[in-house]
Design a protein around this ligand. Structure first.
Ligand code: GDP
Ligand code: MG
Length: 378
């Protein structure tokens, strides 16, 4: 059976296979973590690296608890690291932060690229930060980091917020699948909460799988949408609409204001066809403009009304419990998969067996069984 991942916080502990990073299929791990520091970033302190010097777990936890942003950034980088010894440490840091997390509002802001998520968060976030709320914005969108242009775009879009002492903005890591990024985001939420950021926004692209993952880490799911020419509902998957507690038609300004109203009505009609929600809440459709600021307060008030509603009927707590169970299962699957692919016998036979499958001399089922047997016979 796989060895336990929660071995002591000792940073110098030898990983089971010290050079597993140098072998397939995880050979890219080191390269990725090395280049991560050069990524364009919103927070200047994002350059903080966990590998420059190993810190004891306590040092991370104390810094985070004290609200030190550099330590928080460093701990998040640790969580995002793919190196085995970092993974173990990260789990210890998260575990130590957990008792100080949880008393929070976790809000997903989703929608297609360009819908105006970052601009909306700049407008709303700045108001909240001005009111004295400590807010964090985490993005789940590795694609936005692939081109420098778009992350620089985000930087200008959230410029005021990024410079506000009450706000912390953390873009996605540069590598990893959308699902992988989203998983780390969940752990990042815990760290931010322990650092005193009690209003968490997760900005995520509306493309499918990441939404489902993000939905399982937030209390409120807000979908931003646009008035489109003709088919307003185009491009938004039914499943994503179904998850929304609130739909806000953005860019309701200037010539677009009327079209936004009409789009809102179309969304309302579409929502009526959906079955009632588990929370007993009727999803609302609003219009707003991040540019003029109109409607932004109403969106916030509606988010708060929803939270009041689900706290009153216990859906809030129930949902968080269900999420905790979901993430336990996720973690088990993730650990087992990782352990399987890092196993020396699996590593040495994987490509040959894959070859046989490609050539058609072995069925996928038989191939999988053979590899699993190698793993289980260790
Ligand atoms: N007119 C108008 N333009 C907006 C509004 N919100 C965002 N935009 C513009 O829409 C583009 C995409 O916005 P962005 O926030 O980066 O979208 P994201 O990809 O969803 O984060 C930018 O050029 C923004 O200036 C709005 O409320 N009104
Ligand atoms: Mg954005």
């Amino acid at each position: 059976m796989p060895t336990s991942g929660s071995s002591p916080s000792d940073d110098t502990a030898t990983p089971e296979r010290p050079d597993s990073d140098a072998q397939l299929p995880h050979s890219s791990a080191r390269r990725e973590s090395r280049s991560a520091g050069k990524a364009p970033s919103i927070n200047p302190d994002l350059q903080a690296r966990p590998r420059s010097a190993a810190w004891p777990v306590d040092r991370y936890v104390e810094g985070i608890r004290a609200g030190d942003r550099v330590t928080l950034s460093r701990a998040i980088t640790l969580v995002e690291s793919t190196q085995p010894r970092h993974r173990t440490m990260a789990q210890d840091v998260i575990g130590a932060c957990l008792p100080f997390a949880g008393d929070s509002q976790r809000i997903a802001i989703t929608g297609i690229p360009g819908v105006g998520k970052s601009t909306f968060l700049e407008a709303l976030g700045t108001r909240l930060a001005e009111d004295g709320r400590k807010i964090a914005v985490l993005t789940v969108d590795p694609s936005s980091e692939r081109s420098k242009g778009s992350i620089l775009g985000d930087k200008t879009r959230m410029g005021a917020l990024a410079n506000h002492p009450n706000a912390y903005i953390r873009p996605s890591p540069t590598s990893g699948s959308l699902g992988g990024v989203a998983r780390k985001t969940r752990e990042t939420i815990v760290l931010c909460e322990a650092a005193g950021y009690r209003t968490l926004f997760v900005e995520t692209v509306g493309v499918g799988q990441s939404e489902i993952t993000v939905h399982s880490m937030v209390d409120v799911f807000v979908l931003l949408a646009l008035a489109g020419a003709g088919d307003e509902l185009q491009g938004i998957k039914r499943g994503i609409m179904e998850m929304a507690d609130l739909i806000a038609i953005t860019k309701a300004d200037g010539d677009n204001a009327r079209a936004a109203e009409q789009a809102g009505q179309a969304y309302e009609r579409a929502l009526r066809l959906f079955p009632p929600t588990d929370s007993g809440w009727e999803p609302r459709v609003l219009t707003c403009s991040a540019m003029t600021g109109e409607g932004i307060d109403t969106v916030w008030d509606t988010i708060q009304a929803y939270l009041t509603h689900i706290k009153a009927n216990d859906h809030f707590a129930e949902q968080r419990r269900a999420q905790a169970r979901y993430w336990m299962h996720q973690r088990i699957e993730q650990r087992l998969t990782q352990d399987f692919f890092e196993h020396p016998a699996v590593q040495s036979h994987l490509s040959n067996i894959e070859e046989e499958v490609l050539e058609g001399t072995l069925t996928s089922f038989a191939a999988a069984e053979r590899l699993l047997q190698l793993y289980l016979d260790r």
